[in-house]
Design a protein around this ligand. Sequence first.
Ligand code: AGP
Length: 606
Amino acid sequence: MCGIVGYIGPKEAVGVLMDGLKRLEYRGYDSSGIAVLENGKVTLRRAVGKLEKLQAVLLKNPLQGRSGIGHTRWATHGRPSEENAHPHIEGGVAVVHNGIIENYLALKEELKKEGAHFKSETDTEVISHLIHREIKNGKKLAEAVRRAVSRLKGTYALAVISEDEPDKLVGARMECPLAVGVGEHETMLSSDITAILNITRKAIFLQDGELVVITPDGVEITTFDGAKVTRPATHIDWSPVMAEKSGFRHFMLKEIFEQPRVVADTFRGSVIEEKGDVFLNNFNMRAADIDKIVIVACGTSWHAGLVGKFLFEELAKIPVEVDLASEFRYRDPLVDKKTLVLAISQSGETADTLAAVKEAKKKGASVISVCNVIESSLTRETAWSFMTHAGPEIGVASTKAFTTQLVALYLIAVRLGRESGRVSPEFGKTLIHDLVTLSKKIEHILDSAGRIEALAKKYFHFRDFIYLGRGINYPIALEGALKLKEVSYIHAEGYAAGEMKHGPIALIDEDMPVVVLAPQDASYPKMLGNMEEVRARGGRIIAVVTEGDKEAVLKADDVITIPAASHRLTPLLLTVPLQFLAYYIAVLKGTDVDQPRNLAKSVTVE
Ligand code: AGP
């Protein structure tokens, strides 16, 4: 998944493009490049590696010009190299692309037969050749792009500039996000809104099959077959600062500390404390119409879905299946019009999740979503979306998006429970009270950051970890392990504690730290037993327990405490210390915490 950006206006394009790419770098960082129209010539600068490499190239060989395009790459076709870096240029036409062109090899052969010479291994390069061929045949840039994309099969968000028409940029979208930033006498294109915030907070979101021509004072959108599209700009309530580190060493740490506020922002406006109820705007699902809920998601969002199962089944008494989107979409799933499919995605652009939604809709299911990015593909594909208010999540490892997803699922479960009468007004008041007191409890956990950093020093050299949890906390064992894996590159597994005796206990020795989630809840006595099993085999235990615990603490080598809370919200609290543990271990390991190797923030490829 890559990031693309374009600018046209009175400013030097290089500065605007580089600022935009900095904000898009979390989408992919194998290589980067920009092309600027300098004295009428499309001029290119590219570099392998992170954006700072391109910055160094530009310092040595600066560019000047008032319009240009930029790209930061997560390699799909062709290894990270300068010749594979975007933009790709052919005959004065420069292209940057996010997505995958599935028929590029056939197109490449066709173009080669006409004498085209290719310089890269990428799929994208065929696009620059197709557009150039149309321009050679006398087409204007917009028409050349329109005819070129009509040959493409696959997914793409494009930004294109040409020496022949230096006063405009052209963009096109098919299943990869593309936003237009509408400034004062300056206009941008971008994969997502964080990159336009320094220029404007007015954005127009392209939809699939749309092409846009932008000039400093104009935006013209048409469908691929030429029909004019009129769409008002959306005001973005994210400020540029929200997408900055604000003094934190890493975005991940900043986003961990933002959780008390964004959790409150997410439930504020929905909770009706005096009625013990939840207001969800335009939500008209009724429990009686739903035979089962199927939750589809990937990665951390899938872990949120596993917690959601417990909430929906307890509060709304609706059976729930939780499926990996990448599995659901290929299984010929048993869903129908009495199935409510709930897709969870921070970015709203995860290809597998979008494909699962399309599959569910094809089978007649009602599909809703929980998402963090307004106007993302997922919000447009589903009948109703609950928008979390986590703000831009720049760190590749999801933290605040996860905890706000849990809040969203809790709110929907309470609403369905109240609507069906399975949750009484009195019980509803308890549930709402538990939620509105949560932010304070998270703040309390944030105070233990220093202690957890000290723990990280004791454990960062180990090469394998196992995380154990039961019931509604088992998904948090999975999530804690994923956090450690993805930011520190240390192998970690999340396991249902009851499964230990069925095999994994063979792994336990003094070289395998075990993180045990043992809050005061129904499974606590069983967790004490699991801790004994681990200790008897020389395993080291880091226990996460409820403040005031008197028993588990005696069985652990190290202890992290969380405030007492309802079992329905303990998973959210347990997550925060595990985020800190993964973060501080990663910092000690010296990995690239915000942009871990091989990863991207939103996986828009399958
Ligand atoms: C989480 O830390 C990971 N970065 C990853 O698992 C992520 O949750 C997954 O790719 C799903 O992304 P989405 O929520 O944007 O769909």
